[in-house]
Design a protein around this ligand. Structure first.
Ligand code: UGA
Length: 452
């Protein structure tokens, strides 16, 4: 099938490259010429494991362009995957979506095109996009073809984007037009039936044989995305809330989470406690859900609490250091990991940023390290950039405490015994509850945790 993807951020790029890999003829449109040039050269503008390999495998079916006219005309499906940043009041800023919809409408000419909202948009945006498309479309002197709007929310995690796309837990499509559901069903059939030959570097997991398809109305599909992200966020916050009680009563939150998670009704994933969640999605989506509910005079107390608990975790990390070191002024604290989670260089709403700023505000000095995100960090965080350490040795040298903020595999595999002697006081705060406390103590560290 002929597919056009507008926007080559995490979601758009992964969608475009994956569909091209599956054999569809895909054109990715992005207005950023530098990004398009990079992608044409086979290089990926974001750090995402496997993306460049998949780009190479999908190259024969893939075109990158800055012009809507190269991709929209004749397309069976147009995905709109532009950014929707948070506006001041927490609601998403839909400027980019509006302008993309208008440009798509100007170029539509196929007998039937499904225009799919792939960006996470407030409930009701399907109708809104439909209205914008229809206004722009009917203003044209000639209005060839027909279109319908659908929602196809994205559930991929950064760092696992390709596996989550090719082997998802489910695919959700929503439209009030049955023909568009049929087109999207056809588009995704290779994934639904798992009939494609897996990429060489990403074999099909043994337990994946077919993928459930949830085919529903537009508003339900839109709400599924928000409800799922908010639930994952509150699951983590719940583990963190229980973690604070665990610390008080002398229980081990990791053991508690394991014992809870083995109940299949609860499930063991997203119960990892620590400094809490960050990234571009959970914060933005929980905020937007609250903003949407407010439009209907509804409160979302559970979602609000999940956000409050999450923010508190970052403060607790700093309090732990203060309790241990008594005085933070003049102390040197090293932070291991800046990206909001491993396997990405994404720094949006990363706990490390709040922790570093809070330590600096209390008069401490900070040293910062990340195996992948430093280049982006220099550009996006110029005020904190002077505190970057080039090497792990440099980070540990003369530190009063080191905090493991992001659980990169590189940090877990470190020979920690080599660094204990470099520190002024060998305090380590395990921000993700992933280090072996006993082992750390044997090596001479004073081991602290956010909730252990
Ligand atoms: C999240 C969702 O998991 C995806 O399904 C969704 O598609 C995506 O948002 C989106 O809306 O685009 P992502 O933000 O990439 O994906 O990352 P996650 O793996 O969900 O992690 C989010 C944050 O939660 C990270 O900071 C991570 O460190 C933290 N986390 C995760 C925990 O603190 N504990 C856990 O047990 C799991």
């Amino acid at each position: 099938m002929k597919v056009c993807v507008v926007g080559t951020g995490y979601v758009g790029l992964t969608t475009g490259v994956s569909l091209a890999f599956l054999g569809h003829e895909v054109t990715c449109v992005d207005l950023d010429q530098a990004k398009v040039d990079m992608l044409r050269a086979g290089r990926c503008p974001i750090y995402e494991p496997g993306m460049e390999e998949l780009l190479a495998e999908a190259a024969p079916n893939l075109t990158f362009t800055t012009s809507y006219d190269d991709g929209v005309p004749g397309a069976d499906v147009v995905f709109v995957a532009v950014q929707t940043p948070s506006a001041e009041d927490g609601s998403p800023d839909l400027r980019y979506l509006r302008s993309a919809a208008e440009s798509v409408a100007q170029a539509l000419n196929h007998d039937f095109t499904v225009v799919v909202n792939k960006s996470t948009v407030p409930i009701g945006s399907g109708n809104w996009v439909d209205a914008i498309l229809r206004d722009s479309f009917t203003q044209r002197s000639e209005t060839p073809g027909e279109f319908a709007v659908a929602s196809n929310p994205e559930f991929l995690r950064e760092g696992n984007a390709i596996a989550d796309t090719l082997y998802p837990d489910r695919i959700v499509i929503g439209s009030d037009n049955p023909r568009s559901l049929e087109v999207l069903n056809r588009l995704y059939r290779p994934i639904i039936n798992q009939t494609f030959t897996p990429p060489t570097f990403l074999p099909r997991p043994e337990d994946v044989s077919a993928v459930p398809l949830v085919s529903t109305d537009l508003a339900s599909a839109e709400l599924i995305k928000y409800a799922a992200n908010a639930f994952l966020a509150l699951k983590i916050s719940y583990a963190n809330e229980i973690g604070q009680l665990a610390a008080k009563v002398g229980a081990d939150i990791t053991e508690v989470a394991r014992g809870m998670g083995l109940d299949q009704r609860i499930g063991s994933r997203f119960l990892q406690s620590g400094v809490g969640w960050g990234g571009s999605c959970f914060g933005k989506d929980t905020k937007a859900l609250i903003a949407t509910a407010a439009e209907y005079n509804l409160e979302m107390p559970i979602v609000k609490a999940a956000r409050d608990v999450n923010q508190r975790q970052r403060a607790i990390a700093v309090e732990r250091l203060q309790d241990e070191l008594r005085i933070l002024k003049g102390r040197k604290i090293g932070l291991l990991g800046l990206a909001f989670k491993p396997n990405t260089d994404d720094l949006r709403d990363a706990p490390a940023l709040d922790i570093a700023n809070s330590l600096l505000a209390r008069g401490a000095r900070v040293k910062l390290h990340d195996p992948v995100a430093t280049e982006r960090f220099r550009v996006e965080q110029p005020e904190l950039a002077p505190y970057l350490s080039e090497t792990i040795d440099d980070l540990f040298a003369d530190c009063d405490a080191v905090v493991l903020v992001t659980e990169w595999a590189q940090y877990l595999e470190l020979d920690w015994s080599k660094f204990v002697g470099l520190m002024r006081t060998p305090v380590v705060l395990d921000g993700r509850h992933v280090l072996d406390a006993e082992r750390m103590r044997r090596m001479g560290y004073r081991y602290l945790a956010v909730a252990r």
